[in-house]
Design a protein around this ligand. Structure first.
Ligand code: DGY
Length: 315
């Protein structure tokens, strides 16, 4: 039997690439100078796609080249890079990599929250620029005694909440539904949560249903001591409204790992001193990226061994 052909749209960790190379014939799309011509040539042979939430989109345009695709395996817990509805219409299974990055993302979130409140990157810049001898570094805000709202209390949201329980803060959350086993206060709207809190941590999935969930009204409700942390998807926050809110002092500061048009970041955000900006690194440790890559490879291997997808995306 000839080996199964898999289209890889973006580089993956060596641990994943090695496993896939052993099991399949891999076609590396990003290495092709003329991707359209390449897809016309190999597309009809392709039965699976290995892709990543961090690069490109797997949508109808790409799938039109792949009439025999059965499965799209995406690295990342977020899968807004895949048109899952279109894939479902074509009977193609979509998998992601949940579970293996919860702790890494939660750790980074706490780091970003403290960095934003205590202005750690700004203090580092201040020292390196030789400004310390001129004047003491401006005082910062405090995490203690704040009410922290989590927007999206899934697995990662709960891992963040567990870590925050070690700080002297009170917790609240907003999500689609109230969860019976969660002790802290539920708010049915993002505005309601923002009114009650002065720190908002956004960790809800991206996509049409959460687009601009954090808008000008929510930011106004968060108020002048308010701090916004976004480790979810750029699309969840109305970036222009956020820029306005930061410029006008409607909120105090923001810490962002994600943007609406990655890897482009609006110059207006870069120019602001009271934001901490990270290049989408919440899961970016060697350990966790290996685990994500391995799970993505295992999904393809299991599928073509007839064992079904290991971690299909929710319907
Ligand atoms: C994910 O897995 O969706 C993360 O955003 C990648 O860092």
């Amino acid at each position: 039997m000839s080996p199964t052909d898999i289209l890889m749209t973006a580089p993956m960790m060596p641990i994943a690439t090695e496993a896939l190379d052993k099991a399949f014939t891999i076609h590396r799309l990003w290495e092709q100078p003329d991707q359209e011509a390449y897809l016309r040539e190999v597309g009809p042979r392709i039965r699976g796609v290995a892709t990543s939430t961090l690069y490109g989109r797997t949508d109808a345009k790409l799938l039109d080249h792949l009439p025999n695709a059965e499965i799209i395996s995406s690295v990342g817990v977020g899968y807004d890079n895949v048109d899952a509805a279109e894939a479902a219409r074509r009977g193609i299974v979509v998998t992601n990599t949940p579970g293996v990055l919860d702790d890494e993302v939660a750790d980074l979130t706490i780091g970003l929250l403290l960095a934003t409140l205590r202005k750690i990157p700004q203090a580092d810049r201040y020292l390196r620029e030789g400004r310390w001898p001129e004047a003491p570094f401006p005082l910062s805000a405090t995490l203690r005694n704040r009410k922290v709202g989590i927007v999206g209390l899934g697995r990662i949201g709960k891992a963040i909440a567990r870590r925050l329980s070690g700080f002297d803060v009170s917790l609240a959350y907003h999500g689609r539904t109230q969860q019976d086993d969660v002790a802290f206060t539920y708010y049915p709207t993002a505005v309601g949560l923002a009114e009650a809190c002065d720190v908002l941590i956004v960790i809800t999935p991206g996509g049409a249903s959460t687009r601009h969930l954090i808008n000008a009204e929510v930011l106004r409700a968060l108020g002048p001591n308010g701090v916004l942390i976004n480790v979810a998807r750029g699309s969840v926050v109305d970036e222009q409204a956020l820029i306005e809110a930061l410029k006008s002092g409607t909120i105090l500061s923001a810490g962002l790992d994600v943007y609406e048009d990655e890897p482009q970041v609006p110059q207006e955000l870069i120019d602001l001193e009271h934001v901490v900006l990270l290049p989408h690194i919440a899961s970016a440790s060697v350990h966790t990226r290996n685990a994500m890559g391995k799970l993505a490879a295992d999904n393809l291997i299991a599928w073509f061994q007839g064992k079904g997808p290991l971690t299909p995306v929710p319907e």
